[in-house]
Design a protein around this ligand. Structure first.
Ligand code: NAP
Length: 287
């Protein structure tokens, strides 16, 4: 075992081969923490980050529950503990809800939702044992506000938000933090062909909604406003907080979308309040 006391913190990061996961891994290593950087092919992690004493690269396809258990066991055998879990592995699916096939939807949930749950269940026992830790789930702006053309993807991130909100309540009494990070558009390969799945079924009726997003995606890709290096630095500040938030939106696009959604929800709820309040059993009158 590599003495864990050499390292202020031990991170376990999924999808660390590239993009946001690789940036967070590099930032954590850069300040002297240990990182278990997992990827479908661990060699891609070492190619990206180089061999370092604080780095353990481990194979993990998050859709494989048994492999999640093996990866966590390898991490504990090497560093003795995991302080921070970053559930980052994920990808997008572009297409209108109706255009997305059952197989495409199932595959997306296998990674973005069931994969996150596999890894979380594998890591939590030792965090509970030590009564400390921080689970960071990478959600999205789309986990707060869904959009045409990305409905199924957004639904996986809404699931991540729901899971994290419950984890936050369940784990706080055990001394463990849970945070959902909501990036806006960040400049990674997320919208490129090797990451983004695109439903081949195109229905003309959705040309003005989902179809418009299909056209825009290639223009947005690699021009996104968010800087993944700055995102990684923000995650370092997040784990340093004494009282980390349940939600951490990142990017001015996310902040604008949240503000717009709040106005929309408040306005719509006010317009329909009378009907909404009409469905309780009548209150019994005191005699
Ligand atoms: P990316 O550059 O495409 O990287 C995605 C990472 O996830 C890669 O390391 C990929 O590994 C890994 N991955 C995919 N499926 C996996 C699986 N089954 N098992 C293990 N690893 C898997 O995208 P990114 O922007 O860094 O995205 C990272 C996370 O941020 C995702 O959860 C995404 O939904 C979220 N996000 C991104 C943005 C954005 O604008 N970039 C915005 C909001 C949220 P391989 O190298 O093996 O393919």
């Amino acid at each position: 075992m590599n003495s864990s006391s050499n390292f202020p913190r031990v991170w376990f990061i999924t999808g660390a081969s590239r993009g946001i996961g690789a940036r967070i891994a590099a930032a954590a290593l850069g300040r002297g923490d240990a990182v278990v950087a997992t990827a479908r092919d661990a060699a891609t992690v070492t190619q990206r980050l180089g061999a370092q004493s604080g780095l353990l690269a481990v194979d993990l396809d998050v859709t494989d529950e048994a492999q999640a258990g093996h990866a966590v066991a390898a991490a504990l055998a090497h560093f003795g503990r995991i302080d921070i879990l970053v559930n980052n592995a994920g990808y997008g699916l572009m297409g209108a809800v109706e255009e997305s096939s059952a197989d495409e939807v199932r595959r997306l949930y296998e990674t973005n939702v069931f994969g996150l749950l596999h890894v979380t269940r594998a890591v939590l026992p030792q965090m509970r044992e030590h009564r400390r830790g921080h689970v960071i789930n990478i959600s999205s702006l789309g986990g707060y506000q869904s959009v045409a053309g990305f409905g199924v993807y957004c639904s996986t991130k809404f699931a991540v938000e729901g899971i994290t909100e419950a984890l936050h309540a369940e784990l706080a009494p055990l001394g463990i933090h849970a945070t959902t990070v909501e990036p806006g558009y960040f400049r990674t390969e997320f919208l490129e062909g090797q990451s983004l799945a695109t439903s081949p079924r195109v229905l003309a009726d959705y040309a003005a909604t989902s179809g418009r997003i299909r056209e825009l995606a290639s223009q947005i890709s690699l021009n996104q406003p968010g800087d993944p290096e700055r995102l990684a630095q923000a995650v370092l500040r997040l784990v340093d907080a004494d009282t980390p938030p349940l939600r951490l939106p990142l990017g001015t696009d996310t902040l604008a979308a949240i503000a717009a959604k709040h106005v929309f929800v408040e306005t719509e709820t006010a317009a329909w309040r009378e009907l909404a309040a009409s469905t309780d059993f009548p209150k019994a009158h005191a005699s």
